[in-house]
Design a protein around this ligand. Structure first.
Ligand SMILES: *[C@@H]1O[C@H](CO)[C@@H](O)[C@H](O)[C@H]1NC(C)=O
Ligand SMILES: *[C@@H]1O[C@H](CO)[C@@H](O)[C@H](O)[C@H]1NC(C)=O
Ligand SMILES: *[C@@H]1O[C@H](CO)[C@@H](O)[C@H](O)[C@H]1NC(C)=O
Length: 574
């Protein structure tokens, strides 16, 4: 029996946080009942901006490269643009697999001969606050395996005091060697049950010595609750840290941007990132090899608009003027530092074509990002109607060009390039909201391994899983009405298949959808969360072609090579 509901287009936009006051309220509110109250909204009201050594120097930074970086940050305009902290990542602690006779972490004096107090003073004398790195395990992450560098597990209070003596204002706290010191313990990726307690110890220790900023760096690994439910860091770090890494490490190449963005999407939609507690997409790759300059620009624009901390991590003595201009883009930095702190949300993915993301700004403006998936030069036409907007004034944040009172913005971009806009004087759509009719997936025709299973977060307590991964494992939905060849469908689905860098994950699942037996149209479904039984993405827009006028259209969902997501229901305008 098809369910019918008046889930409107307007409420889809409101749910996506584009409209209404609810989104701004929830962006600043952290649960008051949490164990670890850091009063962190004031500790990090807007995303952090600074420099970290890792992407440029891995675990081998030095005093001299640090001084050079600090000097360039100050003299080349980065500090003035807002990049106001300097943080040494792995590599500052000695490599002798022991603490000193007082039990303190020892400095690697081969690389930092003057010590960390001296470097801290150098950084603060140039106008930066100082940050360091440690690890919530027996050993810290390192390029050598097993790592010869001590971690902070069991020494949280002592290490917090040491960090405080170095005038550290911001700690990045990693997750290697959580269970032991062997090479196999390096980077555990299986769901854990100890994240809040293990990271909470350092959170409290830092609070006790007055260090306010903490990045919990656990690569987007799941936390398993006592009821068996899986949650991500956006949930368990609330009140515990000022930011949290939302995904596995970034690395060289566009696939990393794709992977991290597909993991950021459900966090942005779920409003679990905001002032005092920002989702961190990881250090910027702008200036490094592996991405075209257009890809670097899209990477930066998405990080800025999704309100990730913006942390430069490149050799500033060798950066190109084009990469430098990206890092210094005033309009995007202003969007990133907007006081509302609201991440842009995915409005619509036109799979293998382009993405459209948008979000509200404090003064009523809207940040909009559209970027290419075809990896060829092409024109993207952003239609403001897709944003619930009739017309607006536009500033193109890449070119600086402005237009007044327009309803579309069209521009040629290079492969993976982007259109980044700020809309102001916005006139919103006031037309009557369309009514969606739903067909539950468990009322469809299942073939092969496809199976109805329980899903407590789903509309009727069930969804259909095991679609794909074999040509015969399909789900067919019949009797979809249409009036023209193209039709917009709204999918409620689950994809909790969280993936990591070392397996080349993209963090989307692909469904091949055939309309009326026609050729397959590939549709990308980004992650919806961490828990297969609960974390349902709602109202995901999919445009398909091949419909006939009438009421007997069918879609068949398959994927011979890999699993599709699980499907709760499919909505349409009758
Ligand atoms: C400690 O760092 C802050 C910036 O975070 C700086 O303003 C202050 O002067 C530093 N204190 C000392 C004693 O160096
Ligand atoms: C869909 O994806 C499959 C598998 O990657 C590919 O072979 C096929 O060409 C794609 N189809 C379209 C229409 O892009
Ligand atoms: C959204 O956040 C709430 C509360 O933090 C949580 O209960 C829910 O599972 C989250 N949903 C998704 C899809 O992550």
């Amino acid at each position: 029996m098809p369910l019918s509901s008046s889930f409107s287009r307007l409420s889809v936009l409101a749910a996506a946080g584009l409209l209404g006051a609810a989104s701004s309220a929830s962006a600043t509110a952290l649960p008051s009942s949490h164990l670890y109250e850091r009063q962190s909204v004031s500790a990090l009201p807007t995303p952090g901006m600074g420099f970290n050594t890792y992407n440029a120097y891995a675990c081998s930074p030095s005093e001299s490269t640090s001084h050079t970086s600090i000097d360039h940050l100050q003299s080349d305009g980065y500090l003035a643009a807002g990049y106001n902290f300097f943080q040494v990542d792995c590599g500052w602690v000695s490599r002798n697999a022991q603490r000193d006779s007082s039990g303190n972490l020892e400095t690697n004096t081969d690389r930092f001969p003057s010590g960390m107090s001296a470097l801290s003073q150098y950084a603060t004398s140039k106008g930066f606050s100082f940050g360091l790195y440690s690890d919530a395990g027996y050993r810290a992450c390192d390029t050598q395996s097993p790592s010869p560098v001590m971690g902070s597990l069991g020494y949280e209070a002592q290490d917090a005091a040491l960090l405080q003596s170095y005038n550290v204002s911001y700690l990045k706290y990693d997750n290697c060697y959580a269970d032991g010191t062997s090479g196999n313990d390096n980077a555990p990726k299986n769901p854990r049950t100890d994240f809040p307690t293990r990271f909470g110890k350092m959170s409290s220790a830092l609070a006790n010595v007055g260090i306010k900023k903490l990045l919990v760096c656990q690569w987007g690994v799941a936390q398993k609750q006592s009821d068996g439910r899986l949650i991500g860091p956006s949930q368990w770090t609330q009140g515990l840290s000022t930011s949290f890494r939302l995904a596995d490490d970034i690395a060289s190449g566009w696939i990393n941007v794709q992977r991290i963005l597909n993991q950021a999407i459900p966090i942005a939609l779920n409003k679990t990132s905001g002032p005092g507690h920002f989702a961190d997409g990881d250090l910027l790759e702008v200036g490094n090899s592996g991405m075209t300059i257009d890809e670097q620009a899209t990477h930066f624009a998405y990080w800025a608009m999704v309100k990730s901390p913006l942390v430069i991590s490149t050799d500033l003595t060798a950066i190109s003027s084009a990469a430098k201009a990206i890092l210094l883009n005033k309009g995007l930095i202003a969007v990133n530092q907007d006081s509302l702190g609201e991440p842009v949300k995915l409005i619509e993915r036109r799979s293998y074509n382009y993405d459209l993301h948008a979000g509200k700004l404090a003064n009523g403006d809207m940040a909009v990002l559209a970027f290419d998936w075809t990896n060829t030069q092409r024109t993207i036409n952003v239609q403001f109607g897709d944003l619930g907007v009739v017309s607006a004034d536009v500033t193109d944040l890449w070119s600086g060009a402005t237009q007044t009172g327009v309803s579309t913005y069209s521009k040629q971009v290079n492969g993976h390039g982007s259109i980044a806009l700020r809309l102001s004087n916005i006139k919103y759509t006031s037309t009557a909201a369309p009514t969606l009719t739903y067909i539950n997936a468990d009322k469809g025709v299942l073939a092969g391994a496809a199976v109805v299973q329980s899903c407590s977060g789903c509309s009727d307590g069930h969804d259909v899983g095991f679609v794909g991964n074999g040509a015969g494992n399909t789900l067919t939905i019949n009797n979809i009405p249409a009036t023209s060849s193209e039709k917009l469908l709204y999918f409620d689905y689950v994809n909790a298949d969280v993936g990591f860098s070392f397996v080349g994950a993209t963090n989307d699942r692909v469904a091949q959808i055939s309309v009326n037996g026609g050729s397959a149209q590939n549709v990308s479904f980004p992650l919806s969360g961490y828990d297969w039984g609960r974390d349902v993405a709602k109202g995901y827009r999919v445009r398909l072609t091949g419909f006939n006028s009438g009421t007997t259209n069918s879609i068949t969902i398959s994927n011979p090579n890999a699993y599709a997501p699980d499907f709760d229901r499919i909505g349409y305008v009758a």
